[in-house]
Design a protein around this ligand. Sequence first.
Ligand SMILES: [Zn+2]
Length: 416
Amino acid sequence: MATVIARNAALLGVRCRACGTLQPADTRYVCAECMGPIEPEYDTAALARDGTRARIQSGPQTLWRYAPLLPCAPAPGAWPTGWTALVPVPRLGAALGIDDLWIKDDTRNLTLSFKDRPVAVASARAVEQGCTALACASTGNLAGSVAAAAARLGLPAYVFVPAETEPAKVMAAATYGATVVRVNGSYDRVNRLCATLADDRSSWGFVNFTLRPYYAEGSKTMLFEIAEQNGWRLPDHVIVPVGSGALLTRTATAAAQLVATGLVPETPMRISAAQPAGCAPVSDAILDDWRAVRPVREAKTIAKSLAIGAPADGDGSVAVVKRTGGSAASVSDEDIVEACSLAARTEGISVEPAGGTVVATARALARRGVFRKNERVVLYLTGNGYKQGAAESLPLGPAIAPDVDEFLAAYPQARA
Ligand SMILES: [Zn+2]
């Protein structure tokens, strides 16, 4: 094992979620005792004493303002990432039947998806560890994020995606100079290929394998920002899209750390899961009386970024939703397309189908009566619609000559 790398004084080490052993935060990425998943652990009692809120508030307007609760320092020269807007969406709320609806807008993150958050932390860690390349298995957004980060840090990038990934996402990654490897088969098969490669390319930083404990930490910053932007209070309810489940489970971790460090009062926050019906291993497990997650062999959905049939944090997600009193929905592709359009029409925000999945889930939960009166609900919108066309299926009016009469004939709704 390499030497301990711990630039954050509050980082105590990494704790195994299976056997509970606390161990050094070196280059290990699974538990040395039992191969279980490991997570960084912080001295929250010390942070609670040390004026952490003031440190955060005087920090940069990036996710690195939460450095006291992150495992490493930013990579020198990395692009600023995070600190995206939390905004009320009253028209969308009215359309969905939710009194106090907000969105966390990660469609406007660095490469237009929330994946910039985990990649910011994983790539910083990769630099600390002296990795010679960045790599990942991706359903699309992560590929672009890793490619951009690697270019900025002067490292080569190898990104592996299912061959069916949306061309716009493949091209985005290729534009940043990454080697884009399209693999025939599902994301889960891409994942297995990367796991094998990660074993014998120890100098590469596979952000969602060999750097996974650090990668997943970046996902916490979504809720850190929401809490601060909400006046240092947890919202009542968040609705989170579920692919691997890392974002949902780390939302719970983030809430616990905010409370433990005294940054927010301890108030209940429900966490609900959003998945497309064509790949809903977590939502189905929740709705089927909280049973164990069963892998989905063949994902079939327009929400490709959520098409992970065997989610690494699947059972963990079910447990979090149950513990917080949340709920779940699995929504059809038709509902997802309609929800993308609804968000765009009512609030002027373009989301990819993963965002449509969240909006459609909010509608399904509202219809089921899950929300209480005046409950503050925050939707996680994690990817931009420009990268992928839910809009491609929209009917457009005819092209016309540059002539007013022809315009009014073709578009009678514009007549005065
Ligand atoms: Zn263990």
